[in-house]
Design a binder for this molecule. Structure first.
Ligand code: PMP
Length: 409
């Protein structure tokens, strides 16, 4: 394979040249959002300079360009996740909206009183709250797959939860708080055997590993553009054609109709049925450019390099006296959550920021999993392929200095 050149890819990301508190920025907040290569920034401004129009409706040149750009982006997404059919790709605002779409549309139709919805203890609030709301509205029950002390889901316990009341199993592929890579393929296969529908939250996986929705076998796969080097405000619901075709629209308006009278509306086929109103055209096009970029670097190159960085970071952080790593599963991606004895996580985050190092501190919108480990917050450095071993050394040096300043007597 061609050698991965981190210094070459870094030149593609203008923001990495920023200086913060006199130091070159270290961006270790990739689980919150990723930076954008120049090609994505350029693609969005090219759209507004040369192609800007609403799509589908008007019969003029710019409408044709905008429609081609938008539908081209849909094809990029299709190939990126190996979806069998381009019309199974629905553009939404992000993962949160994607899960709400499924919960509101599919959920309203299929979940009833006494039914059960399974999520894991690792979920982001975006994959908890919509299901909780659905369960409350329908008199259904939310059930939770527990994790072991490394932060990996317990498949045996999961199997015990499955029964003929299980309507949907919704799990994350990678935990945003701990970095655990969840065996979603096995989880989906077991759910199917129980007759349940499945949703995989790919918000934290698509930027770190090859995703093939046909191989995964789930009914729905969702992700956000901004976590895969694309713009904010654009995301994807992929669903199996038959499942999507059977679902009612969740929002009504323009673009999603075939015919409207005051008596009755006939809806468009998928994907338009789920894309009411003017969509985020420019940012969909930007997401297409981000996928192009990832393809050029090569997702396997990304996965391999990031794994080396993660192993190095976990080893050096974990060796600091007073550091407790949270999330130590064998299979992990990107995230190195930890707490430091005698420091609040905010103090650690502030000290890192003073050195130009950006990490997230807090509950990471995943309170249940942090509480499972007896903490309310962690410090969460999270890696992307533009990070370097030197940057990890800078992080480790700051944490080491802090640890040395407040040793137990
Ligand atoms: N699920 C996971 C696993 C996430 O990490 C995130 C974002 N932190 C979301 C869902 C929600 O994504 P968004 O805020 O882009 O809608």
């Amino acid at each position: 394979h061609p050698a991965f050149d981190v210094h070459a890819v870094r030149r593609d990301f203008p923001v990495l040249q920023e200086r913060v508190n006199g130091r070159q920025l270290v961006w270790f907040d990739n689980a919150a959002t990723t930076h954008k290569p120049q090609s994505v920034i350029d693609r969005i401004s090219y759209f507004y300079a040369h192609e800007n129009s609403n799509i589908h409706r008007a019969a003029h040149e710019l409408a044709a360009r905008a429609t081609d750009a938008y539908e081209g982006a849909r094809q990029h997404v299709q190939r990126f996740i190996n979806a069998p059919d381009v019309n199974e790709v629905i553009f939404v605002r992000g993962t949160t909206e994607a899960i709400n779409l499924v919960a509101k549309s599919w959920g309203a139709q299929h979940v009833g009183e006494g039914d059960e919805i399974i999520v894991s203890n690792l979920e982001h609030h975006a994959n908890i709250v919509p299901w909780q709301q659905l369960a409350a509205a329908k008199g259904a029950r939310l059930r939770v797959i527990p994790v072991d002390d490394t932060g990996q889901v317990l498949l045996d316990e999961y199997q015990k939860l499955l029964n003929d009341r299980t309507k949907i199993v919704a799990v994350t592929q990678v935990s945003n708080a701990l970095g655990t890579v969840v065996p979603v393929k096995e989880i989906v296969a077991l759910a199917k055997r129980a007759g349940a529908t499945t949703l995989v939250d790919g918000a934290q996986s698509v930027s770190h590993m090859r995703v093939d929705v046909q191989d995964l076998g789930a009914d729905f796969f969702v992700f956000s553009g901004h976590k895969v080097f694309g713009p904010t405000g654009i995301g994807v619901v992929w669903g199996k054609r038959a499942v999507l075709e059977d679902m009612p629209p969740w929002q009504g308006g323009g673009n999603m109709i075939a015919d409207v009278t005051f008596e009755k509306t006939v809806f468009q086929p998928i994907p338009n049925k789920f894309e009411a109103g003017t969509g985020n055209i420019a940012d969909a096009v930007g997401l297409g450019a981000a996928i192009d970029y990832v393809n050029r670097v090569g997702i396997e190159n990304i996965a391999r390099y990031e794994h080396e960085l993660l192993v190095y970071g976990m080893r050096h952080l974990g060796a600091i006296r007073g550091v407790r790593l949270i999330g130590t599963a064998d299979d992990k991606a990107s995230v190195m959550s930890f707490v430091l004895a005698r420091y609040s996580t905010e103090e650690v985050g502030k000290a890192l920021n003073e050195e130009g190092i950006a990490v997230r501190t807090g509950h990471h919108c995943a309170q249940p999993i942090l509480r499972r480990f007896g903490v309310e917050t962690t410090v969460r450095p999270s890696l992307a392929f533009y990070n370097t071993f030197d940057e990890i050394d800078r992080l480790v040096a700051v944490v080491q200095r802090l640890a040395g300043q407040r040793r137990a007597g």
